[in-house]
Design a protein around this ligand. Sequence first.
Ligand code: PGA
Ligand code: ZN
Length: 425
Amino acid sequence: EIVFVHGRRVWDSRGRPTVEAEVMLAGGGVGRAIAPAGASTGSGEALDLRDGGTSFGGYDVTRAVANVNDAITEAVIGLDGTDQAAVDAALIALDGTPAKTRLGANAILAVSMAAAHAAAAHAGIPLYRHLGGHDATLLPLPQIQIFGGGAHAGRRVDIQDFLIVCPAAASFAQALDWTAEVYRAAGKLMQEAGTLQGVADEGGWWPAFTTNEQALEMLVRAIERAGLIPGQQVAIALDIAASEFGKGGRYRLGLEGRELDSAGMIGMLTGWIDRYPIVSIEDPLAEDDAEGFAAFTRAVGDRVQVVGDDFLVSEAARVREAAAQGAANAVLLKPNQRGTLTETLAAWNAAKEVGYGGIVSARSGETEDVTIVHLAIGWGVGQLKVGSFARSERMAKWNEALRIEEALGPEGRFAGGSMLGRSRR
Ligand code: PGA
Ligand code: ZN
């Protein structure tokens, strides 16, 4: 039974306010969680409630925090805190709007996640085990950003994330070892080129390039410089985040000063897939371009994972609809796009039903909160995307997964590339 709830304002990795919640159960068990925040948000996301006005650029969260301390507290006190579905159902009913515009998805998610932590603490077990029982043994393939662009780097380049995956690593720990070498090598190459200019929002190197493709070339060179084999040991993943520069079937590549239609985008990306060891592409087309998504998936879905982020916004209904259209073959899972763990899990269950892969993902605005690592392992999703290999709001997640891998010992299995989405043919 939930006996205590408290919300407070804390600060995220961009120095912006965010919502933290604590939940306490009768008989012991305290949970705490912090809501993250995106920058390249999909229009179908639940609302990240901000005060507006002048305080902290309008990003203050005093209303969301008050919602935790007033309406939400009143609604969940007395509920069985170990029944996540019941807690989340109460939160959803209390808000009563499709996009959680009354209370804010940031307020709701902080409480939803804190309740999960409290239930795990009450049972005296780690959260991943509370969520997945003894089947929770799958360590995710990490997708780790090396160059950060798009909305996370002042739109210095159009493409948002240039990432690597290490499907041939023997363990999660080894995947991080390889990534550390590639990240370091990429920094050295940028330094040698005279283009080292610090890092973007998620810790990836600042993308000082003259074309988008140059980043791909540099990434392959970094993998080689690290002594690893591109395509065999280390492969490339991209988050195009095309909704940021595309609308109504027109895509404006600001860096290169050209505009493409849907077919042009598909042609450009297919060319990259032919020339570079790319295994996964997220949001290759804009959120309003389901036809483009389907055409892209038909063209390359048997070769690469096609991930919907802004396109699917972690929503079960959209996953089913996309599957019916043959658009995408994997879903990005960001709990704050929906606002409760139950709804996020429903999207993953829908993905499994239709044969899609999944990737649990952080946001560009993050904190020390490591809940998503437990979700990835507890739900057996098999892939985890957290940003780069620098800045402690990112490293906290990677380090938590290392601890879990160690705790699982021989029971743990590294997913490698086994959970990468592929369209069924
Ligand atoms: P966001 O970026 O958190 O700014 O939306 C992450 C992503 O697009 O995957
Ligand atoms: Zn994305």
